[in-house]
Design a binder for this molecule. Structure first.
Ligand code: ME8
Length: 662
């Protein structure tokens, strides 16, 4: 452990404010929080920064759409991001907004340094620009789509200030060579090295086509290019021009997704080198969470939200799943099924069960006090050896950010303890002195193992590990416990167990997934007038009139109503969805095409009774997935009674399929 507390400064990306956080953003922030907790337990003085990237065309457009000034729009969004991180227990130590004055000053200062050192000049640039990614695509032709997001590029010509990125090809390559750990994982480092070896073009770092940005002093209407602006946030969060006073810079670790690695490993170190400022020590690019093999995005309607999962299973379950199920660095598919399966097997049946079983046995046999072990048998020693070896292995894997491996090791030890209890059967031992001594040894061994796995899993499971720690009678706050001192054999006999609390109640998989999806639908498509709770409201399963009904007092103009395109549809087929007892999968003829729509009416309508029936369909809803089945539209139904029974609309006269409802 470091003598004097060594600093560790880590960052997540500064997220865009034109949308709200989904599981992808949550992933990066959770990983940062795990590292922060882990490093604190290794004796470091850790500072973690996250924040919001608030400038650029996208925000300008989103604010216009919302009908409010940009500053008001971004303030609301930044509040929402910050509030969610607080709610999830992963708040930043420094939350930086790119509209903060201290940030504005830092960006202007960095530009001045780069310019004074001869790395900035004025020129013209015409290129194909992706307004969604805020980047020119140098190799694109007019009419091309963005290679990253697939959306159409726009031709943009403007007077710019350019940054002499071309001058940094050699310095960057030398830097990568001297600092082989700068870019992680290795596959990404190789990609970046070949990109830089291919030659670097100068980079335009100001814009005149954008209004909503940080002004270049004395050069209005130039504003800074969003990446020159955003990357600098890492520095403005910890002192900006006075970074030396705070002592955090250079960053020890920038955590990013693989989508933005080039900005962090080519542009960012080049800007800093040009300004003669220290360069970060490491950039770690993780993979993407995918939904059906595609990167999540709200426009595709395939985002997973964190809150419904946390409401159903708890934050620790989400943290565990994110870190356990995907190898850090690689892409992974997100599936609710895998999430709940892991929850039940590893948390409810694994750690939760071991903790409650051990505590109950100690309670019953030793009046709730940690027993004093007697002579150890070879099987006890074997378990001790396994747990002791796991300490080193887990720390090594946490150091390498191999979270899945670290957790796998911890859970192998948990399984070994379960097996140990089952084979030693302390409950079957009698009251003779020898039996009592054996019981004490077995239960002390299990409790000691539990103490070790609890300390090791704290960075990932902070709430539940703290509960088990208290249960084991440990008074020191687990977050302050120093992992370097963790050894087998430290559990003191005689201390009373603490309060027992439910850790991970087992859940029914089908029901849990239905509830999570239902809450997610409600969050993505809020129903202001819906009286029933999100989890049970049929509105949330894609059927009901409540979803389309405005709040009674909220009058809307005809132009708002006109946005909803409702047509007469005829149901062609209807079937139940395995594992989703509320949902029916329908195919519906809407005049121009046959659509697949899921409707939460299975408890009230037999599929066969629906064939041929004409119903009102909202046809211009963004597609979404319900229980993994695509739903492209919504069947309108009245929501009746306190339980919100859906009653389908009908027509008393002959109507043509596809006719619009106005
Ligand atoms: O790029 N899987 O912001 P952003 C895993 N403002 N991680 C994901 C993900 C997914 N499906 N989707 C998003 C920006 N992320 C810039 C950054 S930094 C100076 C400026 C995570 O809101 C991942 O960390 O688009 C990714 O790099 C980041 O969110 C992108 O966030």
């Amino acid at each position: 452990m470091p003598e004097k507390k060594e600093k560790f400064y880590l960052t997540t990306p500064i997220y865009y404010t034109n949308g709200l956080p989904h599981i992808g953003h949550t992933y990066t922030t959770v990983v940062a929080d795990v590292i922060r907790r882990y490093k604190r337990m290794r004796g470091y003085d850790v500072v973690m920064t996250t924040g919001t990237d608030e400038h650029g065309v996208n925000v300008e457009r989103a604010a216009k759409k919302a009908g409010i000034p940009e500053s008001e729009f971004v303030a609301k969004m930044a509040d929402a991001w910050r509030a969610l991180w607080d709610e999830l227990g992963i708040p930043a130590d420094e939350f930086i907004r790119t509209t903060d004055l201290k940030h504005v000053r830092t960006v202007q200062w960095l530009f001045k340094l780069c310019r004074e050192n001869g790395y900035v000049y004025k020129g013209h640039y015409t290129g194909q620009y992706c307004i969604y990614d805020n980047a020119f695509v140098t190799e694109a032709k007019p009419g091309d789509n963005c290679p990253d997001c697939g959306r159409p590029l726009e031709t943009v010509t403007e007077e710019n200030y350019f940054f002499k990125l071309s001058a940094f090809q050699k310095p960057l390559l030398d830097f990568y060579k001297k600092n082989p750990d700068f870019i992680q994982p290795d596959t990404r480092r190789n990609e970046i090295i070949s990109f830089v070896e291919g030659g670097l073009k100068d980079l335009s770092i100001t814009r005149t086509t954008i209004r909503w940005g940080i002004p270049v002093p004395g050069e209005e209407p130039h504003v800074f290019y969003v990446w020159f602006d955003a990357l600098t946030a890492y520095l403005s969060a910890v002192g900006g021009p006075e970074y030396e006073k705070r002592g955090c810079w250079p960053a020890d670790l920038h955590l990013v997704g693989k989508d933005i690695i080039r900005f962090h490993t080519v542009y960012w170190p080049a800007f800093l080198m040009a300004a003669m400022l220290p360069v970060p020590k490491q950039v770690w690019a993780h993979g993407w969470f995918l939904m059906d093999a595609a990167k999540m995005s709200k426009s595709k309607g395939n985002v997973v939200l964190p809150r419904p999962i946390v409401n159903m299973l708890g934050m620790d379950a989400l943290r565990y799943f994110l870190l356990r199920d995907v190898v850090f660095g690689q892409d992974g598919n997100f599936s609710y099924d895998a999430l709940v399966t892991r929850y039940n097997s590893d948390l409810a049946n694994g750690l939760g069960n071991l903790a409650s079983r051990t505590a109950a046995l100690i309670e019953k046999n030793f009046a709730g006090k940690i027993p004093k072990p007697a002579a150890f048998k070879p099987q006890d020693d074997a378990l001790a050896k396994e747990a002791q070896a796991a300490i080193g292995e887990v720390l090594e894997n946490f150091d390498k950010l191999s979270f899945a491996r670290a957790l796998e090791t911890i859970w192998t030890v948990i399984a070994a303890a379960d097996k140990f209890l089952t084979s030693e059967q302390p409950w079957a031992l009698g009251n003779s002195e020898a039996d009592q001594a054996r019981k004490a040894t077995v239960l002390w061994t299990t409790a000691e193992l539990l103490r070790i796995v609890t300390a090791l899993s704290f960075p990932v499971l902070p709430d539940s590990a703290a509960k088990v720690w208290t249960l084991l009678g440990q008074s020191e706050a687990l977050g302050k416990f120093e992992l370097d001192g963790l050894r087998w054999g430290q559990l003191a006999p005689g201390i009373p167990l603490g309060k027992s609390q439910t850790l991970f109640p087992r859940v029914d998989k089908t029901e849990a997934i239905e509830r999570i999806e239902s809450m997610a639908n409600e969050e993505l498509n809020p129903t202001p007038a819906a009286p029933a709770p999100a989890a049970s409201a049929p509105a949330a399963t894609g059927t009901s009139a409540a979803a389309a009904a405005p709040a009674v007092s909220d009058k809307i103009g005809i132009e708002d109503f006109a946005k909803v395109e409702m047509r007469v549809g005829q149901i062609k087929t209807a079937e139940r969805i395995v594992g989703a007892d509320k949902l029916l999968k329908l195919t519906v003829d809407i005049g121009t095409e046959i659509r697949q729509i899921c409707a939460g009416i299975a408890q009230y309508y037999e599929p066969e009774s629906l064939i041929g029936r004409k119903v009102a369909v909202v046809v211009n809803l963004a597609p979404r997935k319900l229980r993994g089945v695509e739903s492209n539209g919504m069947i309108v139904a009245a929501s009746v009674g306190p339980e919100g029974r859906p009653v389908l609309t009908g027509f008393h006269e002959e109507v043509e399929v596809g006719a619009r409802l106005k």
